[in-house]
Ligand binder design. Structure first.
Ligand SMILES: CC(C)(COP(=O)(O)OP(=O)(O)OC[C@H]1O[C@@H](n2cnc3c(N)ncnc32)[C@H](O)[C@@H]1O)[C@@H](O)C(=O)NCCC(=O)NCCS
Ligand SMILES: Nc1ncnc2c1ncn2[C@@H]1O[C@H](COP(=O)(O)OP(=O)(O)OP(=O)(O)O)[C@@H](O)[C@H]1O
Length: 207
């Protein structure tokens, strides 16, 4: 791919509610350039003119709003109960997301950038080289608790169904270069992110 030879991609991942976005924002405070793939996906399916909408309209006509966007909240209301349809959603979205990610990466000039997603970053037909995989980990009970606090309208069943959509804790940890254990309070997270930042800077130094 045509990525700047100097910019390395860090995949920041972990299960729903593990604390990925919190870690990403803490890294941003150090000046790290980051991209949130959930926001990127949202910017596509909340834009009626985006080319992906043609495919989404065909696949999920019942989930398209009168203004031509994908219904917000459909992860909870629909996809969490239809795993096959979720696979179809990801199949449709992936090429658009991969191409936008490649385009974004090609514009970067820092030695590394961080990309957040709970999902896989690479697909067989479009491999994007991941330099480091950082996993944010927390117990299921804690994640459930934090999700219910964050999303006032979710029931415990909603949160559990959404957690069940993703691979298990062990699978996330597989192949991790760094693990952030987010089982403690925010101050513990802050100090781990400080260490992570030093690690990435030292490892990412272009020699
Ligand atoms: C399904 C959508 C419309 C739901 O949006 P919503 O605002 O309700 O949820 P949000 O984006 O905040 O996601 C909440 C959590 O679920 C995870 N998640 C998002 N989509 C999915 C999915 N399809 N399957 C499993 N987990 C998902 C996110 O990473 C995050 O951890 C949206 O999340 C989406 O577009 N998902 C597809 C994203 C995608 O294709 N990514 C490819 C990455 S390479
Ligand atoms: N160490 C912590 N102590 C207390 N609350 C925390 C801690 N870490 C994260 N949180 C809170 O838990 C919730 C989930 O964190 P966050 O949104 O960062 O997770 P996420 O992995 O990005 O979630 P999603 O997968 O849904 O995008 C947020 O409300 C966040 O403020």
């Amino acid at each position: 791919m045509s990525t700047s030879a100097r910019t390395r991609l860090v995949h920041l991942t972990g299960a729903i509610g593990s604390g990925k976005s919190t870690v990403r924002r803490l890294l941003e405070a150090y000046g790290v350039v980051t991209l949130d793939l959930d926001s990127l996906a949202r910017s596509m399916h909340q834009d009626p003119q985006h080319p992906v909408m043609h495919h989404l309209k065909q696949a999920f006509p019942q989930l398209i709003t009168t203004s031509g966007c994908l219904q917000r909240g459909c992860l909870r209301s629909y996809f969490s109960q239809h795993p096959d349809q979720n696979r179809e959603l990801l199949r449709i979205m992936q090429p658009f997301i991969q191409s936008a990610l490649q385009h974004w990466l090609a514009q970067q000039t820092s030695s590394f950038v961080v990309c957040e997603t709970a999902l896989s970053l690479v697909s067989d037909d479009s491999p994007i080289p991941v330099w480091r995989r950082v996993v944010v980990d927390a117990s299921e009970a804690l994640r459930l608790n934090r999700l219910l606090q964050r999303q006032a309208t979710w029931t415990s069943d909603d949160a559990t169904n959404m957690m069940a959509m993703q691979v298990g804790r062990e699978a996330y940890l597989l192949g991790a270069d760094q693990v952030i254990s987010n089982d403690g309070d925010l101050s513990r997270l802050v100090s781990q992110v400080e260490e992570l930042y030093s690690y990435l800077c030292n490892e990412g130094e272009i020699k």
